[in-house]
Design a protein around this ligand. Structure first.
Ligand code: ADP
Length: 508
């Protein structure tokens, strides 16, 4: 269990965010520290060189080497001994220095203790160096300088600048080396390094803690989404996750999630309603059959009475199987199992045939039925389904139009689409019921809606809606109570009718 948790922890987004953040800053800080340290080292080094260059230039003003006859050369320092500044300057120059002749012999004891500690240069080296400098020497030029870093027995480093100076009288060359301790500079660099060695881990720990905290806060809504999602089941689809009002990506996620649940809730509600409706629809004829058979069993005496009871029962059984068949077909259609068999169909001919067929029932209802399809209109459609669609609309129109009324089927062809209009002068549909008429089992409440053998199943328009949708068409309804209803269907006519337009139901 603990192992699982540990693995989950390191796999978690929060951990990975923090680790990525920490890694990035580690690399950044170390890189920056390295760069700064290198830059600082260069600057310090350059400064040490400049200092020694300046001292070298100054020393020529204070130090003179003179030779008188065959006597050994003498070195003297010329400066105002009473001037504390000059004293200080000369003292500093003489801290690390060595003066020899061109053969490497120390002149007039001119060597400081500090230099002696570093080790006096070998005469051969000095001779070679002097030769080298003289070879490239041009009067008036600064003269070649040699730079070395040496350590005294204690390991302290010194930067040494060496070159040549000339005698006052006979211009003989002398070897001069001056130096400066680098330990201060190294100390600065070390301190700098230590500061970073302390600062980097400390800021990393702090940064990681901050990152962990921030990642946790940022991911909180995600966890909330997950927890809510876990609690959601078919019975509590009303749960919603509150947004944080930040209008950020997470709020967008929450909104999307909430909308998804809303849709789920709607379809769950629809499914519940549907199963309630189905059981209700099935129960009514079953109860009727049972009642008729019971009455016949207990009260019928003659053969005619039995016969009548059986005829009634059969009528109800017919209705039952009609419902079951229609439902089966509808569910097949909606689950995509019913595939359209498209072929080229002349809609004018189809409409005229159907209107022909409906003349007798229309006459029986004393309703005038007119086909208004003046032009040929070929379309790539499923003939059986389009017939079913128009049949459903026509039978509704005739059924809901009182005596003396009129039902008209119009066909218009527009650029690339066909428009089929079924309009009547019937009782119309009140505005508030319009949004529901395409629902399964929905019948507009009002006159003559009590379920019975003559009553529709409330499935006709569901079929219409599915057929229109399957053909990528649209259906619009306009209706005024007491004046009539108008269903207008647009079907893409050509083969290129595969647009993904959704079913649109406009209400008037
Ligand atoms: P039904 O089998 O009841 O006709 P439908 O799905 O075809 O079922 O229609 C649903 C309801 O819409 C009908 O019960 C009716 O109330 C209303 N309706 C459909 N067509 C018309 C129409 N042309 N005029 C008035 N009401 C209509």
């Amino acid at each position: 269990m603990a192992g699982k948790r540990k693995r989950n922890l390191t796999r978690g987004l929060r951990f990975r965010l923090t680790a990525g953040y920490a890694l990035f800053f580690t690399v950044l800080l170390i890189g920056m520290a390295g760069l700064l340290r290198a830059r600082l080292a260069t600057l310090i080094d350059a400064q040490a060189h400049t200092t020694l260059d300046q001292e070298w230039a100054a020393i020529k003003g204070y130090l003179r080497v003179e030779t008188y006859g065959h006597n050994p050369p003498e070195a003297s320092w010329y400066y105002d001994e009473h001037d504390p500044d000059e004293n200080y300057i000369v003292e500093r120059m003489r801290r690390v220095y060595l003066l020899t002749d061109a053969n490497g012999k120390i002149v007039d004891n001119q060597v400081s203790t500090a230099y002696r500690n570093l080790g006096i240069d070998a005469p051969a080296d000095i001779q070679q160096l002097v030769k080298q400098i003289l070879a490239s020497y041009a009067p008036g030029s600064p003269g070649k300088a040699f730079w070395t870093v040496r350590r005294n027995p204690q390991g302290a480093p010194y930067l040494i600048r060496s070159g040549i100076v000339f005698d006052e009288h006979n211009h003989a060359p002398y070897y001069l080396a001056i130096g400066t301790a680098l330990s201060e500079n190294y100390k600065i660099l070390n301190e700098f390094t230590w500061v970073f060695v302390i600062i980097i881990p400390a800021s990393l720990i702090l940064g990681s803690l901050l990152g962990w905290f921030m990642a946790g806060r940022a991911l909180e809504p995600v966890l909330a989404v997950a927890q809510t999602a876990q609690r959601i089941s078919g019975s509590n689809l009303s749960l919603r996750i509150p947004t944080r009002g930040a209008s950020d990506e997470l709020d967008y996620l929450i909104l999307t999630f909430n909308r998804m649940i809303e849709r789920l809730e709607a379809s769950f509600r629809q499914m519940k309603q549907f199963s309630t409706d189905v059981s209700h629809e099935l129960r009514t004829p079953i109860t009727a059959i049972r009642g008729q058979l019971e009455v016949a069993l207990f009260t019928a005496k003659t053969t005619e009475q039995y016969h009548e009871a059986m005829v009634n029962a059969l009528q109800d059984i017919d209705r039952l199987s009609q419902i079951v068949r229609a439902l089966l077909l509808l569910s097949q259609a909606e689950s995509g199992q019913l595939v359209l068999q498209k072929s080229s169909v002349d809609l004018r001919e189809l409409i005229r045939d159907l209107v022909e067929q409906f003349q007798i029932p229309a006459e029986a209802e004393s309703v005038r039925l007119i086909a208004d399809a003046p032009y040929e209109c070929p379309a790539e459609v499923d003939r059986v389904q389009v017939e079913r669609m128009i049949t459903n609309l026509l039978s509704n129109a005739i059924k809901f139009t009182p005596e003396g009324g009129e039902v008209r089927v119009k066909l218009r062809s527009q650029s690339g689409s066909a428009e089929i209009i079924v309009e009547d002068t019937g009782r119309g549909i009140p505005k508030e019921y319009l949004p529901h008429i395409f629902d399964r089992f929905y019948r507009v409440p009002g006159s003559g809606t009590a379920p019975g053998p003559d009553q529709g199943l409330g499935l006709g328009l569901s079929f219409v809606a599915w057929i229109v949708k399957a053909h990528n068409g649209t259906v619009d309804v306009e209706s005024s109570p007491g004046q009539g209803t108008r269903f207008a269907i647009h079907l893409p006519a050509g083969q290129a009718a595969a647009s993904t337009k959704e079913l649109v139901v406009s209400r008037s």
